[in-house]
Design a protein around this ligand. Structure first.
Ligand code: 6PG
Length: 506
């Protein structure tokens, strides 16, 4: 008996793949699925029968050829395989199985954006290589992720209705996520969190920056936790309550919410707060690092994102830190009174809020500089819109960013938006106090303090780079511009004879 015709082929039934397939099935699509691990496919079929008892929507294929035979040409095939070599391997297997030039292959993994650009070129004559970056973890993939597609515009016209169906949705009036986590009953109303980002690679670049922001956001929350834990000596359950309260206000976000939940969870073995038995060594898969590297390469400052990557790296030096803790001295402990405690918590809240604004300013500026560098036209209001639901950095705050870019789509820096400028000027004193208190108590706050330095640097008309240029010219004749001469004109001084006439280079 011939296999039923499917709408979409899907390769890779890992955690993300399985959930994306079930999400597609919820939305009425019939999927031909393939994975090297046939057991995963069996489990998927079982889940499909349970969740869609009236009409199973998934066909398990035993080979690439069988998968192609299940689809109506031109084929649409989605890949959810580990980033890197696996993506190329699968593409070559599909070529061997007979994909055609008008077939569309979509990479939905966490690929490095430059790999996406080269793949589009490399496979140009064989098929259309399209990419879609996905955020939202497994729950997002299952019930509505944020999707950042980019590549061939023709492919987008075919993919658009599918992505709009499976993506997270936002209430158009409030800008808040419409959440429903019921198999077989997808959210069909609201604004979809799926928007075409631009040419090949741009979607994965935007997702990379999303992850850089995610790293910084997480680190900021962790620093607030450490201040409460180590300066205020609050137990995890009390800190959980603070996060739950913060989640009612302008900091309302998925990351604050889950941080509260992590802190409130008890270890089933010891009965202790689970967080107290989790080893303080952070892992990373690389997307935060890619963001920091790109910001350095492009010259768009994103110090808080970089600090968040470094914070994970220093956390990984656990045994060295344990040794150093016994020899390296910090300040003597401060005694905090009860009245101070409430003030410190309020200050931390405000510090987190201000620093968060700076992190987003860094992320959006990086995308802006990258767009200039790589010739993309990015729509920042649209990017902020699709981050309002489904993704890991979803937050009430994103709505204000949407408004900022709707007010001015050429905005030089988020800090210059009148709303954000006012917010920071209102709350900055508490931010400064938080950084100062932590520093005096010897508690590291690399993200909170680097965000503050970013803010202070950005608002400083005259930085000490004049001296730096002097140093460079002194030892390397690297030249400098003068404040009293035309822009771009370069000068050099013979520093051993500063009385000699200055040399004008060009
Ligand atoms: C998302 C996440 C997702 C993944 C991170 C984890 O948007 O859904 O960002 O992509 O959880 O890549 O990254 P680390 O392992 O580096 O923390």
């Amino acid at each position: 008996m011939a296999e039923p015709k499917c709408d979409i082929g899907f390769i890779g039934v890992g955690v993300m793949g399985k959930n994306l397939i079930l999400n597609l099935a919820d939305n009425g699509y019939r999927i031909a699925a393939f994975d090297l691990d046939h057991q995963k496919l069996e489990q998927l079929l079982k889940q499909d029968t349970q969740e869609h008892p009236k009409a199973a929507r998934i066909v398990a294929c035993r080979s690439y050829t069988e998968l192609l035979a299940c689809l109506t040409p031109p084929h649409l095939i989605i890949l959810s395989v580990p980033a890197g070599k696996a993506v190329d391997d699968v593409c070559y297997k599909l070529i061997d199985a007979g994909v055609a030039a008008d077939d569309i292959i979509v990479d939905m993994g966490n690929s490095l954006w430059t790999d996406t650009v080269s793949r589009e070129k490399k496979f140009e004559s064989k098929f259309i290589f399209f990419s879609t970056a996905v955020s939202g973890g497994e729950v997002g993939a299952r019930f509505g992720p944020s999707l950042m597609p980019s590549g061939d515009p023709y492919a987008w016209t075919r993919i658009k209705p599918i992505w709009q169906a499976i993506s997270a949705k936002v209430d158009p009036v409030t800008g808040q996520p419409i959440e429903r986590y019921e198999p077989g009953n997808p959210v069909t109303e609201g604004e979809p969190c799926a928007a075409y980002i631009g040419p090949s690679g741009s979607g994965h670049y935007v997702k990379m920056v999303h992850n850089g922001i995610e790293y910084a956001d997480m680190q900021l929350i962790c620093e607030a936790y450490q201040v409460m834990r180590d300066i205020l000596h609050m137990p995890a359950s009390e800190i959980a309550t603070v996060f739950q309260q913060w989640n009612q206000g302008p900091l309302h976000s998925y990351l604050i919410e889950i941080s509260g939940q992590v802190l409130a969870t008890k270890d089933s073995e010891t009965g202790l707060p689970l967080v107290d038995v989790i080893m303080d060594k952070a892992g990373q898969k690389g997307t935060g690092l890619w963001t920091a590297v790109s910001s350095l390469q492009i010259g768009s400052p994103a110090p808080t994102i970089a600090e968040a990557v470094y914070a994970r790296a220093i956390s990984a030096l656990k045994s060295e830190r344990v040794k150093a803790a016994t020899t390296l001295q910090g300040p003597t402990e401060n005694i905090i009174s009860k009245t101070e405690k409430q003030k410190i918590i309020q200050s931390l809240h405000d510090a987190l809020y201000c620093a968060k604004i700076c992190v987003y300013a860094q992320g959006f500026n990086l995308m802006k500089m990258a767009a200039k560098e790589y010739g993309w036209t990015l729509n920042f209001a649209e990017i902020a819109k699709i981050w309002r639901a489904g993704c890991i950095i979803r937050a009430v705050f994103l709505q204000s960013i949407v408004h900022a870019f709707q007010r001015d789509d050429e905005l030089e820096n988020l800090l210059l938006d009148p709303f954000f400028a006012k917010q920071i000027s209102q709350y900055q004193q508490n931010w400064r106090k938080s950084v100062a208190n932590a520093t005096l108590a010897g508690i590291p706050v690399p993200a909170l303090s680097s965000a503050l330095s970013y803010y202070d640097s950005y608002r400083t008309a005259v930085l000490p780079a004049n001296l730096l240029q002097g140093q460079r010219d002194f030892f390397g004749a690297h030249t400098f511009e003068r404040t009293d001469k035309a822009k771009g004109k370069q000068f050099h001084v013979e520093w051993s004879h500063p009385d000699r006439p200055m040399v004008k280079i060009k």
